[in-house]
Design a protein around this ligand. Structure first.
Ligand code: SF4
Ligand code: SF4
Length: 389
């Protein structure tokens, strides 16, 4: 049976094992925590070892969305095992190597000294009980000793963020400098990881002149690839960048002002292509999406189905050759056991599965959870056709 479907079918047993270890109070805490119900983002399911960051990068939205500004991070109140239970209880989550990708670094730096203990505790619990490909992004310094504490019985994809060599002091005033981050790349490579340069956000007007040096340095220090991503700006971010005179080229690309609250992506297709071209010229892998780097490191098809969604950059992972077989009986069983849904028929339309389910009205939320989980477990696009009972 396809590994992802087996894991989905066995989620209840996994939860029971973890519940035995954490006890009723641990279960209560885990179920109260947003990790037990948060939907996945395109990069995977975000895992937050903490909240907040003191580094004060001018382009960062973390302090704005948390409403704290730059601040000392607050560690997650769950233990690693409780977090594993929360994930195993999340309806969108599929355990295992062929399951949901995990991503750490969305609202904190997971290797900030106040969070590194929690991050490693989470990684150990994921390694022992879940096995999902795990990615982290960081600007912190990781030395050999710390690198050796990252579990090796887990697929871990490190992304080291460097977006400028020249103006890091102004743009990222409190983060370790680019030299230290380049050292982190060297250390991780020497310890057997496949670190990637995380070239996100691309800042128009700044990055064009730096791309060549930045990518050369990353390669020289042992990066195996580059993950590229556009800048997203809010009004406060634009205000902060204007103090460095960096807002002009950004505004010139925006089709509209950022909304009062929230972020708008800065169109950067040309910059992405330029960066990917330079990375390839220098013999590095180039990824348009972070999940592809996670997939490449784990050697499994991308859980976000990037090959079907237009984000494939044709890396050697060759996802299409690794798709699991479509087994109708296994899909029926997974849907029944994990979601209580009865599949009447499964139609294989190549890269897309259409599943007929017998269901009452008013279960759109349940169908959305089941669709997202099954897309990961089968590595196919999915649609439901609802048949009234
Ligand atoms: S290090 Fe990351 S999380 Fe911290 S301020 Fe900079 S961009 Fe934000
Ligand atoms: S083959 Fe394409 S979709 Fe698969 S991991 Fe590589 S870039 Fe991503």
């Amino acid at each position: 049976m396809a590994e992802g479907l087996t894991a989905l079918t066995g989620k209840e047993e996994l939860r029971a094992r973890l519940a035995d270890l954490i006890g009723p109070e641990g279960v209560r805490k885990a179920l109260d925590n947003p990790h037990s119900r948060r939907p996945p983002r395109p990069c995977g399911l975000t895992v937050h070892p903490g909240f907040g960051c003191p580094n004060g990068c001018l382009y960062c939205y973390v302090g704005d969305i948390l409403g704290t500004g730059p601040t000392r991070p607050r560690p997650l109140e769950l233990t690693g095992l409780e977090l594993a239970y929360a994930l195993a209880s999340n309806p969108y989550f599929v355990p295992g190597l062929m399951g949901t990708f995990l991503a750490m670094g969305a609202v904190c730096d997971p290797f900030h000294p106040d969070l590194v203990g929690k991050t490693l505790d989470i990684m150990r619990a994921v390694a022992s009980f879940l096995g999902n490909p795990t990615q982290f992004s960081t600007k912190m310094s990781i030395g050999p000793e710390m690198a050796r504490e990252i579990p090796r019985n887990l697929s871990v994809s490190p992304l080291i963020t460097i977006i400028t060599l020249e103006r890091a002091g102004e743009l990222e005033p409190k983060a370790p400098g680019p030299e230290e981050r380049l050292k982190t790349i060297s250390v991780l490579r020497k310890e057997g990881f496949k670190p990637m340069l995380f070239l996100r956000p691309l800042i128009p007007g700044l990055v064009e002149d730096e791309l060549d040096d930045l990518i050369s340095e990353a390669k020289h220090h042992g990066a195996v690839g580059v993950v590229i991503g556009a800048l997203r700006v809010s009004r406060p971010i634009l205000r902060r960048l204007s103090k460095l005179g960096l807002d002009g080229p950004i505004r010139a690309r925006l089709k509209r002002e950022p909304p009062k609250r929230g972020l708008v992506a800065v169109p950067s297709r040309d910059l992405k292509e330029m960066a990917m071209g330079i990375a390839r010229e220098k013999g590095l892998l180039a990824f348009k999406a972070a999940c592809c780097a996670n997939a490449y490191v784990a050697g499994v098809p991308c859980a976000d189905l990037c090959w079907a969604r237009g984000f494939c950059s044709n890396c050697p992972n060759n996802c299409l050759k690794k798709l699991p077989p479509v087994e109708e009986e296994a899909i029926r069983e997974a849907l029944l056991r994990a979601f209580g849904l009865r599949a009447m028929g499964v139609h294989d339309e190549g890269l897309k599965l259409v599943v007929e389910v017998k269901a009452r009205q008013g279960i759109a939320g349940l169908l959305d959870e089941a669709r997202k989980a099954l897309e990961v477990a089968t590595r196919r696009l999915m649609a439901f056709r609802v048949v009234k009972p």
